[in-house]
Design a protein around this ligand. Structure first.
Ligand SMILES: [Zn+2]
Length: 614
């Protein structure tokens, strides 16, 4: 399962019609607005405005979705141009509507109207100053930064050019210290020229945010979570504190194994891990180095890819199987159009964007997935994940357009992953793929694989915005950007730059979401929430076993409870949506702790006598 999530224009701006789940090079959209001067209009006018804005947005979204679908599944100059045109039209419309919404800032309106107005205003990720020249300057910088990231290339000594995808593949599979270092440095150096643009962008966006009434852009981002911005930051710290012991145990064990592989001179056992040795450009997920840390005797003894082949599963049967998961929970089957309009396999005759995504074109029933399905066990889980998005989208289709989104931006990914957590050996047995569920002694391997992606990700998921919030607030000045970035990476992740860095470098810019201005905290939230959802659903399904072995397959009770949360969309504060499913309005990291408890015990045993920490 991929944990990355690439919001498109729509997700950034309004309703999250498209949810793509694999890293892509497509730049996230950006927009900027200058607020209008409020003129104290009436509550009736506010209501009428919301109705008008909803209708206008709904129509534009349908056009954009159609244009984007074609551009993604039939790539030509023409479809790309049409998609860009429609996206521009939507962006401009939403910017204008957001400005107009600000007119009602001081109008006494009912809570529901206020919430919809707020959703519209907060659809913007960056706010531009009122000064039109500055707005244009900001838009230009946004586009330039996106393009710089997309075009980033490293030229090897022999003149060969490498793009990010190719370099990432080397990072994933190479076990040469120097080769990985070359890739790491080659990619990170591409970001250095972004720095002056980024500095200016921070100035301009902050000016716009202040005009909208926020202290700075970071404060504006934190205000999207139905709670006080400082309280939200404190909440994140609390969650991190709860999962930190698990992360530190994993870090300690992985560092020891890397020390065995590369030598403790290269991987000192009392210092942060060199950031280029974890199989990923940003050391954000470590699943690619599973072979170096695989526990002994933990092979589960089966291979889902082979089981699928043995049972004659083709791509369509894999999707039908995943749909069966949802219908077993009591959800209605997917509509006929899902089967006729989705892209399941890579077309032979044209270019398409293959990264997996889930679509809701008309906010009614036109649901689709777009994948280039490979007949593997991993893809089988990804299909479950994508359909999780589709069933979420269908559940909230009755909501007003500005509520047609997940409860907060972490929920959508969390739901997809929650469903994938139920793709357990027990489930594979229930659907007839697997003869016998391996005994619990084999669980450590599966848990280790899972932890290398999901536990390893947690500190990175937190620190990207910790850095940006400090940058936006001015706590970190431009002459400290890189130093602050590495302080955070050391503090949270326990990784260090493998070569000396300076303020001439801009290493944060080597991560897509920074130049693309995509908020990142959502991924941290999703990683905490998915285990909480899974645990709550397992309890409702009366699954008495360990939570990591639980599948909610066939539980109508779990399906009913899940649907009750999904159908709320973004109509209520996320805490209410959370309480609807879990009974509590707070995030709770005890679920992820419980899930990985057997692994934690294993790691503690392995780490005996080791000096952990950094
Ligand atoms: Zn997803």
């Amino acid at each position: 399962m991929k944990t990355s999530f690439q919001p498109t224009l729509i997700a950034v701006l309004v309703a999250g019609a498209l949810l793509s789940c694999q890293p892509a090079n497509k730049p996230a959209a950006q927009s900027a607005a200058a607020p209008a001067v409020a003129a104290a209009p009436t509550a009736e006018e506010a209501k009428a405005f919301v109705a008008k804005a909803s209708e206008q947005t709904r129509k534009l979204l349908l056009e954009v979705n159609r244009a984007d679908w074609i551009a993604n599944t039939y790539i030509t100059e023409d479809t790309e141009a049409l998609s860009a045109d429609y996206n521009k039209k939507l962006t401009e419309a939403v910017v204008a509507l957001a400005n107009e919404a600000a007119r009602f800032n001081d109008t006494q309106v009912d809570a529901d109207t206020r919430r919809q107005l707020d959703k519209l205003k907060l659809a913007l990720t960056l706010a531009a100053p009122k000064d039109p020249a500055k707005t244009e300057e900001l838009a230009g910088i946004v586009a330039k930064l996106n393009a710089m990231y997309g075009k980033g290339k490293y030229t090897k000594a022999d003149g060969k050019e490498m793009a990010l995808g190719e370099m990432s593949a080397v990072m994933a599979s190479s076990r040469s210290f120097d080769e990985q270092l070359e890739m790491w440095q080659g990619w990170h150096d591409t970001a250095a020229p972004m720095k002056p643009l980024y500095v200016r962008q921070v100035e301009l966006a902050n000016e716009g945010a202040r005009e909208l009434g926020y202290a700075d852009t970071g404060a504006m981002w934190r205000s999207k979570y139905d709670m006080n911005a400082d309280a939200f930051a404190a909440e994140l710290d609390k969650q991190w504190g709860a999962v930190k012991p698990l992360y530190q145990a994993l870090h300690c064990h992985v560092r020891a194994k890397l020390g065995e592989k590369y030598g403790t001179d290269k991987v000192p056992q009392d210092k942060p891990i060199p950031a280029h040795l974890l199989g990923n450009m940003w050391a954000q997920t470590w699943g690619n180095i599973y072979d170096l840390v695989a526990p002994e005797n933990s092979d589960p003894g089966y291979d889902v890819t082979k089981l699928l082949a043995d049972k004659g599963y083709d791509e369509l049967k894999m999707v039908k199987g995943a749909e069966g998961f949802f219908t077993s929970l009591g959800f209605a089957p997917l509509p006929e159009t899902f089967w006729s309009r989705s892209q399941f396999t890579k077309p032979r005759d044209r270019d398409v964007i293959c990264h997996a995504s889930a679509w809701d074109l008309d906010a009614k029933d036109d649901l689709r997935i777009k994948m280039c399905i490979e007949k593997t066990g991993e893809e089988f889980a990804v299909i479950h994940h994508e359909l999780g998005h589709n069933f979420y989208q269908r559940a909230y289709k009755h909501q007003p357009v500005f509520y047609q989104d997940s409860a907060n931006d972490g929920f959508h990914e969390a739901i997809g992953d929650t469903i994938a957590l139920s793709v357990t050996p027990k489930y594979l047995q229930q659907i007839g793929l697997l003869e016998q569920v391996p005994d619990e002694s084999k669980d450590i391997g599966l848990l280790m694989k899972m932890a290398l992606d999901k536990v390893a990700f947690l500190p990175f998921g937190l620190l990207v915005d910790q850095w940006r919030w400090q940058v936006f607030s001015g706590q970190v000045k431009p002459e400290q950007y890189n130093e602050a970035w590495w302080q955070l990476r050391e503090k949270y992740q326990g990784v260090s730059a493998p070569v000396a860095r300076s303020e001439a470098d801009f290493d944060a810019g080597a991560k897509f979401h920074v130049p693309a201005n995509t908020p990142y905290t959502r991924y941290f939230l999703a990683h905490i929430l998915q285990f909480q959802f899974h645990k709550a659903l397992c309890e409702i399904a009366k699954d008495a076993g360990p939570i990591h072995r639980c599948s909610i397959y066939n539980s109508k009770e779990a399906g009913t409870a899940l649907n009750a949360m999904l159908e709320m969309g973004a109509s209520k504060p996320w805490q209410e949506a959370l309480a609807t499913l879990t009974g509590k309005p707070e995030m709770d990291a005890s679920a992820i702790q419980a899930y990985f408890a057997p692994l934690q015990a294993y790691l503690d045993e392995q780490n005996k006598g080791r000096q952990c920490g950094w």
